[in-house]
Design a protein. Structure first.
Length: 234
């Protein structure tokens, strides 16, 4: 074959390979672009909405109703409901097993809140801070729900302190590197059983709850989950 024809043949093959590679890259990129558009144009709650979840301190397992949403029990192994979207800045109806929670519950607008329903007495609304978000890290939050306790959370077996001096019915949060760890909480000399964190990756949000127990404080945890907004009436 003449050298010029050979060069043309090789060039043609190269062009075909380039065209196939370009087509393959375009095919791979198409779903990613579609996903970005889906996120970009997903419906968002109107201004003035609030995200609210509920903790039943009695751990009754009974269905919990938040606003006008259908009542649902807390998922097995979790402590709180998922965050529900409600109207913020106005009284919110919360009931457990059909019994209304005591006290006035008014979640702040354009914010996240966790409502604690004790076994007796009025409900407590805890504002969930969202500042300091870092999508390159995981977000860890702790709630101390043990009366008369300034709680601390540390890596078990003498590891570093993660949270310190958390007052009753208060919350703290911090960004952490994605890790696997075993944590334990303490109220004075009383120490909880250890809790193993799941594998957390960048962008994950995880909550710790320190609860009163018959044998001392109990530490539980769950991934944070928010219901999607689907438009008016949700």
């Amino acid at each position: 074959m003449p050298a010029s024809n050979a060069a043309l043949t090789v060039s043609g093959r190269a062009m075909r390979r380039f065209a196939l590679a370009t087509f393959a890259l375009a095919a791979l990129a198409a779903p990613a672009a579609a996903q970005e558009l889906t996120r970009l144009y997903a419906p968002k709650p109107p201004t003035g909405s609030a995200y609210v979840r509920v903790v039943d301190l009695a751990a009754s397992g009974a269905p919990i109703s938040i606003g006008s949403a259908a009542a649902a029990a807390v998922p097995a192994g979790d402590t709180a409901t998922i965050y529900r979207i409600v109207k913020g800045g106005t009284p919110l109806a919360v009931s457990i097993a059909g019994k209304p929670a005591e006290g006035g519950i008014v979640p702040p607008a354009d914010a996240f809140s966790t409502v604690i329903v004790p076994t007796t007495g009025p409900a407590v609304v805890i504002a969930d801070p969202t500042e300091g978000r870092n999508d390159l890290k995981a977000q860890l939050r702790v709630y101390n729900l043990v009366p008369g306790c300034a709680a601390s959370v540390a890596v078990a077996d003498g590891g570093p302190v993660v949270f310190e001096g958390v007052a009753t019915n208060d919350t703290r949060q911090r960004a952490i590197n994605p890790i696997e760890a075993v944590l334990a909480a303490s109220c004075g000399t009383a120490v909880s059983q250890p809790l193993k964190l799941p594998q957390l990756k960048a962008g994950d949000h995880y909550s710790l709850f320190l609860l009163p127990g018959a044998n001392g404080p109990k530490l539980t945890g769950q991934r944070d989950e928010t219901e999607p907004y689907r438009g008016p009436g949700n």
